[in-house]
Design a protein around this ligand. Structure first.
Ligand SMILES: [Zn+2]
Length: 462
């Protein structure tokens, strides 16, 4: 076991002013993905921030590699094997509600505000200065350490896909400082699927249009349907449902509670609520079958248990979650988008065929299916053990590693887990207005990352 390197800690701490200045430079380059331009696959703004990062590297005396402007890296050490630290420079749009200029990199007290401060420019800068401290101290490394500057994490991961498709070297060990501490050793597998069905309506009461939701991975807060039918039919009242008369029928609106799609149990699905209500109405034929299917197989169930005929779960990551995120349709057809996430010790075969069969048995067709494989490294895996040990030595916090329902950047590279930058209890400001990084946390992250880099670079593997 390698010992804690106090000298490395001190060297990193001494870089604090340089680190802050570097982070300010990166935050001042807004880097939201935009339309591609020749030689700038993610648009001009992302590319300008990438250039700034490469310039920073050169000023610190690092050589860099730029893979066709899709991704870049700088690296220290020598040897056949490589340890990857994967960060990203792209950010989500600033949105509304800021009290500080979103690209001003303002410092107030111990906080540095700006889009990307914690996600993920702060951790990228921390990693860069960790590399510098290791190099300047001449710490021996058995493996190379490569800091990758991802540029497309917030949207489609096309940066790392390009890297892999173009022969980019894969790490034997790696981490991405784009999650939380102690570390995330399990991430549920994620399926996003569209199903569609035609309607042949001949009853008195018919669906004219239906829509609800904003995205597959968000629990819909609102859903509505327009119905046509004779005025003699009376529609019942129900909680969470508003019915208004229209020229040729009714508008039925359902109000639910939004939540992230990885935790549908924290919300209330407005599409499910709407279907439960419509299921009480005198619908007939294929309209009845479609509505009954969605009401009975989904309703307000966040676990997809009725769809599968059982609850799929494990002790590490809990039950499969299932979110009916979107519905759209008119009098002739209906489509729904489903986002479901299976436990880390299960496989896609444990759920997807059954979900598909349930839909197909009810006459629906699978239109699109996108699968993100689950990630799981047991606590006994050398990577997990080494990173946990680093974190525990740094903080004396012995919390266990986490399994989550969301997907992190770690999924795109083999032998990689999410490690930092958020500590237990830290406010979560990523993707929010007034995103910030605490400057002490910035330095602490750089210290932990530096120790982790050395540890992984010298970790014996069978
Ligand atoms: Zn991120």
């Amino acid at each position: 076991m390698s010992k804690w390197n106090k000298e490395l800690d001190d060297a990193v701490a001494a870089l604090r002013p340089e680190m802050i200045a570097a982070l300010q430079r990166l935050i001042r380059k807004p880097s939201v993905e935009a339309s591609p331009l020749p030689g700038k696959p993610f648009g001009a703004d992302v590319d300008a921030c990438f250039t700034e990062a490469l310039t920073l590297c050169h000023e610190l005396g690092f050589e860099t590699t730029d893979l066709d402007r899709y991704i870049g890296w700088c690296e220290i050490g020598s040897g056949d094997e490589m340890v990857a630290v994967l960060g990203h420079l792209d950010v989500v749009p600033e949105g509304e509600g800021w009290h500080h200029p979103p690209y001003g990199a303002e410092i107030v007290g111990s906080k540095l505000f700006g889009r990307g401060a914690i996600d993920d420019k702060g951790p990228v800068v921390a990693s860069l200065f960790a590399l510098k401290a290791i190099r300047d101290l001449g710490i021996p490394l058995d493996r190379r350490v490569r800091l990758l500057f991802g540029l497309n994490e917030e949207t489609n991961d096309r940066d790392v896909f390009y890297y892999r498709e173009h022969g980019g070297e894969l790490p034997v060990l790696g981490f991405t400082p784009d999650g939380e501490y102690p570390l995330i050793n399990g991430e549920k597998g994620i399926l996003n699927e569209w199903y569609g069905i035609s309607l042949r309506q001949d009853g008195k009461l018919q669906i004219k249009s239906v829509r609800g939701g904003v995205a597959g991975n968000v629990v819909p807060a609102h859903a509505e349907a327009e119905l046509t039918g004779p005025a003699c039919i009376s529609l019942p009242e129900a909680e969470g449902i508003t019915v208004t008369r229209t020229e040729d029928g009714w508008k039925v609106e359902a109000e639910g509670i939004s939540a992230h799609g990885s935790h549908p149990e924290q919300g209330k699905n407005a599409i499910g609520l709407l279907m439960l209500y419509l299921n009480r109405l005198p619908l007939t034929g294929s309209t009845r079958r479609v509505v009954s299917f969605l009401a009975e197989k989904f309703g307000l169930d966040p676990y997809g248990a009725r769809l599968l005929g059982k609850r799929l779960e494990d002790d590490l990551s809990g039950p499969m979650s299932c979110n009916l995120g979107l519905i759209e349709g008119d009098s002739g057809s209906i489509r729904v988008k489903l986002n479901y996430r299976y436990p880390v010790t299960k496989t896609v075969e444990d759920c997807q065929p059954a979900v598909k069969a349930a839909f197909e048995n009810a006459g629906w067709k699978l239109e699109q299916s996108v699968h993100k494989e689950k990630l799981y490294y047991p606590e006994t895996a050398p990577l997990v053990k080494a990173l946990l040990e680093t974190y525990r030595t740094a903080t004396a916090d012995h919390a266990p590693p986490k399994c989550i329902g969301g997907g992190t950047y770690a999924k795109v590279l083999p032998n990689t887990v999410a490690f930092g930058p958020l500590f237990e209890g830290d406010p979560v400001t990523e993707h929010q207005p007034d995103e910030f990084i605490d400057l002490d946390r910035l330095v602490q992250n750089a210290q932990i990352i530096a120790q982790a880099m050395v540890k992984l670079a010298n970790l014996p593997l069978e």
